[in-house]
Design a protein around this ligand. Structure first.
Ligand SMILES: *Cc1c(COP(=O)(O)O)cnc(C)c1O
Length: 227
């Protein structure tokens, strides 16, 4: 566990360096992407107070790991029939990307008397994520979601494809940022979640205020190709 805490410290140092390099003053939230990690590792990370949530990709894993003492986000594609396992338990569903999913979140949240906070996932051509709406569809999508009082939209999430040349990666993040900024008529629409182990520096440069590192926290820097 010492190594894990060291990795977290190293990562936070790199985030600070990057903020300085690009003159970034805003606060940056860290969501630890916890796929296939042990509950002990997740607890250790969360108990530092330096990360704001654990991001789970798969509902099955979320159900195994869930404990109310930690904060949780869903960051992977969410199947409609699994919505009932997460609504009201997670801080954010980061992967809202289709109306039938919104309908089910609305239905379950209404039944439970909660308002579920969600990010809209923008498709950037990533193989990891595959989900997401097109950036230019965001206004229409948000319009449709007006009729869902138990969903509160908080911002945008994007997963960039791996291995892009730096300029293409920037294009990708900038498209997501522009979509995010175009929604300036919703109170509290203020989260732009982008950036993982390999690409967090470019994501910060392009306006991210929420990073979702995984391997760089759990495995350390060594295995990561970085920009
Ligand atoms: C796996 C995953 C991450 C973390 O990826 P790393 O490359 O391990 O940092 C972040 N976001 C999503 C949606 C993921 O699936």
């Amino acid at each position: 566990m010492e190594k894990l805490l060291q990795n977290l410290n190293d990562f936070l140092g790199k985030v600070e360096e990057t903020k300085k390099r690009y003159g970034i003053a805003r606060d940056i939230q860290i969501v630890a992407a916890g796929k296939f990690r042990s509950p002990e590792e997740l607890k250790t990370l969360y108990s530092t107070g330096r990360i704001s949530a654990i991001g789970e990709n798969r509902v099955q894993e979320f159900r195994l790991n869930y404990t109310p003492e930690l904060m949780w986000d869903i960051i992977g594609q969410l199947q409609t029939n699994k919505v009932k396992y997460v609504v009201g338990k997670v801080r954010l569903i980061q992967s809202l990307d289709r109306i039938p999913l919104a309908e089910e979140i609305e239905r379950i949240a209404g039944m439970r008397g909660v308002r579920q906070e969600c990010l809209i996932e923008i498709n950037s051509g990533s193989e990891i994520s595959k989900g997401g709406i097109e950036a230019n569809e965001i206004t229409g999508f948000v319009e449709e979601l007006k009729n869902y009082p138990h969903i509160r939209l908080r911002g945008v999430m994007a997963v960039a494809p791996r291995g892009l040349p730096e300029d293409k990666l920037e294009d990708c993040f900038n498209r997501a940022r522009e979509a995010f900024e175009s929604i300036d008529f919703i109170d509290g629409f203020d989260i732009l979640s982008m950036g993982m182990s390999e690409d967090f520096r470019i994501a910060l440069k392009c306006g991210s205020n929420m990073l979702r590192p995984g391997r760089i926290l759990f495995d350390g820097e060594s295995s990561i190709i970085k920009y």
